[in-house]
Write a protein that binds this ligand. Structure first.
Ligand SMILES: Cc1cc2nc3c(=O)[nH]c(=O)nc-3n(C[C@H](O)[C@H](O)[C@H](O)COP(=O)(O)OP(=O)(O)OC[C@H]3O[C@@H](n4cnc5c(N)ncnc54)[C@H](O)[C@@H]3O)c2cc1C
Length: 400
């Protein structure tokens, strides 16, 4: 058994964990991030970098370099239902340096953060290292146990931050159970080639809902179906599935048949849940580990990053002097819980109407009130632009 020690051990190298590791190391704190995968090259993750996250990168002084990475800019979000379109969010009035969503593969974003973090002497990223358990000492979480290719590892730390996502191992090890909301959908991810001149709306509702992300030479597509409807969809057969996609995105009808095996579709079960208490002595949960987000509105990454910034702002100075106590950790929850509650209520309430209730449901036949409201009141697009683009409580980097 190998043993290491650090000031802060972050479990999970996703958006929350990598941003936190970077910001703490930048404050001169020793931090070790454990990531169970060998690289960040996992497909079918959210690809959105929001105006607030771009602003943070600008505050760090890296925005020009960041924007040299391949990306597409989305200045407004258009929702289309039954062939009628409405602008749902407009980012043009945001007072930030980049008033748009940058679509960038998440592995590029995480690689960028890892590269920047590596420049700080206190930062360590241990890939292929899976946290398996918590070390407990005198009623306090004193570190973690992990599985590595070279055998078991123990990392002792003044603070463990669990940023290990919606299936958090740390949460299970701490015996914590989140309260779950009921998201209206599951998501099937797949790809189709992209041709010059393709006209494919970002969000198309009807029988199911199709979200289309431009990845240069291919479309990254997310087909949202009612929760647990996948077996029924499969039973209806692939031609029926092709027909559904072709009706939502006629521009792709010439290539939907390339999906000739269900294995081309990756099902992701959507969860929305939240821990009542985000901490135990020595252990803090942030990002999806504290509050799993659905893809609705594409706001989960933003929230995870904002949690990381608040954590670094509040706990970095404490870690520099002593081990954080429960009151220190409670301050992070106090700051981030309200934005989380409001965002989850928005995902489970307002946005839910954009998604069909069962496979036979066609949202075009009973146009959701939210769609009608945005058509009647165009200024709402700026309100939504602010909500999606900056979130409920925008965090800034306060420590150098
Ligand atoms: C289908 C789907 C689509 C989505 N699309 C979007 C979108 O477009 N935009 C958006 O903003 N949000 C989207 N979301 C939500 C978003 O993915 C999450 O809110 C966000 O990724 C949370 O970031 P995180 O860092 O907290 O967790 P994660 O991104 O889940 O990262 C957790 C990390 O921890 C690692 N890990 C897990 N267990 C361990 C362990 N035991 N030891 C070590 N490492 C571990 C994982 O490998 C992973 O790298 C989507 C969600 C779903 C389900």
């Amino acid at each position: 058994m190998r043993n290491e020690s650090t000031q802060c051990c972050v479990v999970g190298g996703g958006p929350a964990g990598m941003m936190l590791g970077l910001l703490l190391a930048r404050q001169g704190i020793e931090v070790t991030v454990l990531e169970k995968h060998t690289d960040f090259l996992r497909d079918f993750r959210g690809d959105t970098v929001h105006p607030s996250t771009l602003e943070l990168i600008a505050e760090l002084g890296w925005i020009e370099e960041f924007l040299t990475l391949p990306h597409a800019e989305m200045h407004e979000v258009t929702v289309s239902i039954g062939g009628k379109a409405v602008t749902f969010a407009d980012f043009s009035r945001l007072k930030v340096r980049c008033p748009y969503i940058a679509f960038m593969p998440q592995w590029d974003v995480l690689d960028f953060l890892a590269r920047k973090a590596a420049a700080y002497p206190g930062f360590r990223l241990l890939r292929d290292t899976e946290m398996t358990g918590l070390l407990l000492e005198d009623g306090r979480v004193a570190g973690v146990q992990a599985r590595t290719p070279d055998g078991p590892l123990e990392v002792r730390a003044d603070l463990v931050v669990a940023a290990d996502g919606r299936h958090s191992t740390a949460r299970a090890a701490a015996g914590l159970e989140p309260a779950a909301g009921s998201p209206p959908m599951d998501v099937l991810w797949f790809r189709l080639p992209r041709h010059q001149g393709d006209e494919v709306p970002f969000f198309q509702g009807g029988h199911g809902a199709l979200i289309s992300i431009d990845r240069g030479d291919y479309w990254q597509l997310a087909y949202a179906i009612p929760t647990s409807a996948y077996p029924e969809l499969r039973q209806a057969g692939l031609p029926a599935f092709h027909d559904r996609i072709a009706r939502l995105a006629p521009g792709l009808s010439d290539r939907v048949a390339l999906i000739d095996d269900w294995r081309h579709l990756h099902q992701l079960t959507v969860r929305v849940d939240r821990l009542k208490t985000w901490h135990r002595l020595g252990l803090l949960f942030i990002g999806d580990a504290a509050h799993a987000m659905s893809p609705a509105g594409g706001v989960g990454i933003n929230l995870a990053v904002q949690d990381a910034v608040a954590t670094a702002n509040l706990l970095g100075p404490v870690l520099g002097e002593r081990r954080p106590d429960e009151r220190d950790l409670a301050r992070v929850q106090a700051r981030r819980e309200r934005p989380t509650r409001i965002t989850q209520a928005f995902q489970l309430g307002i946005l839910r109407d954009l998604y069909p209730k069962d496979l036979a449901d066609d949202t075009a036949e009973h146009v959701p009130p939210i769609f009608t409201a945005f058509k009647a009141l165009p200024p709402l697009r700026h309100v939504m632009g602010r909500f999606i683009g900056l979130g409920v409580r925008q965090e800034h980097i306060t420590r150098s």
